[in-house]
Design a protein around this ligand. Sequence first.
Ligand code: KG4
Ligand code: ZN
Length: 319
Amino acid sequence: MLVLGVETSCDETSVAIVRDGREVLANIVYSQIGIHKKFGGVVPEVASREHVAKITLVFEEAFKKANVKVEDIDLVAVTHHPGLIGSLIVGINAAKTFALTHGIKYLEVDHIKGHIYANYIQEDLVFPLIALVVSGGHTELVLMRDHYRFELLGETLDDAVGEAYDKVGRVMGLAYPAGPIVDKLAHTGKVSYKLPYVYLDKEDYNFSFSGLKSAVLNIINTANMKGEEINVADLCASFQESAVRVLVDKTILAAKNYKAKQIIVAGGVAANKGLRNLMKSEVEKLENVRLSFPDFQYCTDNAAMIAVAGYFKNKTQSN
Ligand code: KG4
Ligand code: ZN
């Protein structure tokens, strides 16, 4: 079964063609990051216009790369939620028009579920599993007892973890998106600033990152007022330690309580080395729990993950 996936929820215009939910024949990602960098974040209006300008080209490139014909496509899957409304509409219109014109089945897929299914490209999912979804817009713990069955256990009550990374980095003068830069610097610094582990003591699965973010901003403001230097690498290391510890401990708690056989991490922040390392060492302490991260190219937004999620949504609906 050949699925064409379309993703335009934020600042990546992407079209992919995936066979049987796993074999990625093409995954074209046109990133607008270079355009939004000068504004220090994604400008929704600019993002929508860029999607309009690039979507046709990205469709064409996907077919060229996959070397398949339009008639070979069995299903079109597109991200319909959540995301920037003006950006989502571009992908939805393109996908719907393409499907209708060629008489192909059309399905809409939730972006978060797409991030989770990015893991299937590398390996099978084993249930029950706990998925930690960490991105610029989301921080969620999801329980899956079977394919395409999702139970939300907890989520952030304020900022998403990627958003906190980006904001903290911005105040330190780092370029957008600051997450990967903070991650890199964290490995060159030491944990020397005292920062809170927000909600770590709570026996639930919700998160909060605005308090941690404010604590970092306070340290910077106080230093500025006193004319003191900030050790950026140490502050990155301290922030990363607090953020990642809460993410990992809550995931482990959920895995124990729901007797998970697998833990998967998904979304842009799944590329974070500090998160990968700590999660690995904590999961090793559990018995018979497999840990999976998507390949780096499938951590951030891409249409391949949407095609995979579409494949499973279609499969479970047809049963
Ligand atoms: O999944 P994604 O591409 O878009 C959303 O759905 O939000 O995630 C982008 C987010 C950005 O906030 C970016 O800073 C963060 O993922 N990110 C990272 C790393 N790589 C990307 N955050 C921390 N460490 C990283 N290595
Ligand atoms: Zn995303």
